[in-house]
Design a protein around this ligand. Structure first.
Ligand code: GDP
Ligand code: CA
Length: 317
């Protein structure tokens, strides 16, 4: 069985850990979001790719859901002593090593897809991890504040401003000129089906779909998604602030309607949202209700198994 996913950070990684347990024989390819990438201290940081790599490789901080376990912060405190910013983005010593290795390989001329493959030789995530593109695509957020209307990098809005300043729009800067990384379109075409884990529909999956060619390729396949919204709110984080900016309500049904029947064939919602199974706005999408909290790997594996069986059912229709 071949399964290809579009994934962001924590929601994507936790689902993938369950998927790997539910389908140990499957060939899994993950197309990761790089719109969150940011250059800090001259280093290329890939928060979403690293969250997937560390989670599946056993190096993640379980409490945070991102960053390394057993982390220390000597380098960051030395940078702060020099007054070198930004100080709002946490980078631990172990994590710094990843960014140093990545940046040195990029500086030597390797594309991000090849660099990610090299980093995964250490972490052995059990999936093929591909960045959505090797090109520079950055998610920017249009906000109004004391400085007037301006755009800030997604990380500044999300981490420094805690998504509290209302976003007027998200811009996947550079996306229109980008091309999918090597292997991305092939992995979509070759898969038995595509899964959308419960990642942020706007700034994770939405940005991947903004790379020209990916949305069309995905729409041509059987696609099953898992709702990141339960009972009217995202399970973790501030995805509601992202949905509000694009005029989508934070409900499981509204997120599926936003993807639309042109993209999505099946949609898993939590039992709290069972009413969505009969929603008129979801005509053309097969909706199933089941518990969707990924409280541990077993719970995530059961969700993944449900997504696989719905996809197999729909692929044969
Ligand atoms: P990020 O890049 O780290 O923000 O991670 P993603 O984009 O992959 O996923 C973020 C989304 O995961 C959030 O919108 C959460 O609502 C969702 N999420 C986190 N934990 C769970 C869970 O246990 N169940 C479900 N259904 N969604 C979850
Ligand atoms: Ca992210």
């Amino acid at each position: 069985m071949r399964i290809t996913l579009l994934a962001g950070g924590v929601g994507g990684a936790r689902f993938l850990r369950g998927l790997r347990a539910a389908a140990p024989q499957a060939q899994i390819t993950v197309i990761g979001n790089t719109g969150d990438d940011i250059n800090l201290f001259g280093l290329h940081v890939c928060p979403d790719l690293d969250t997937v790599m560390y989670t599946l490789g056993g190096g993640i901080s379980e409490e945070q859901g991102w960053g390394r376990a057993d982390e220390s912060y000597t380098v960051q405190s030395e940078l702060t002593a020099y007054g070198a910013g930004p100080d709002w983005f946490t980078l631990g010593d172990r994590d710094f090593a990843t960014h140093i290795v990545r940046t040195s390989m990029l500086s030597a001329g390797l594309p991000l897809s090849a660099v990610t493959g090299k980093l995964c030789e250490r972490w052995r995530p059990g999936v093929t991890l591909l960045p959505m593109t090797d090109d520079d695509v950055q998610t920017h957020v249009l906000i109004d504040d004391d400085a007037g209307t301006r755009t800030v990098h997604f990380q500044e809005w999300w981490v420094r401003l805690h998504a509290k300043v209302p976003a007027r729009a998200f811009i996947a800067a550079g996306a229109e000129r980008s091309t999918p990384a090597p292997g991305v379109l092939q992995a979509i075409a070759d898969a038995d089906f595509i899964l959308l884990p419960p990642s942020n529909p706007v700034v994770s999956i939405g940005v991947i779909l903004a790379v020209p060619g990916i949305a069309e390729a995905v729409a041509a396949r059987t696609v099953v998604g898992v709702s990141p919204v339960i009972g009217g709110a995202p399970v973790r984080g501030m995805a509601d602030a992202c949905l509000a900016a694009i005029g989508v309500r934070s409900t499981a049904a509204a997120v599926a309607a936003h993807y639309g029947p042109g993209l999505l064939n099946g949609w898993l919602v939590d039992t709290a949202d069972a009413a969505a199974t009969g929603a008129a706005e979801l005509a053309g999408i097969a909706v199933r209700a089941r518990p969707l909290y990924m409280t541990d790997i077993d719970a995530a594996a059961e969700i993944a198994a449900a997504a696989i069986s719905l996809a197999q059912e729909l692929a044969h229709d």
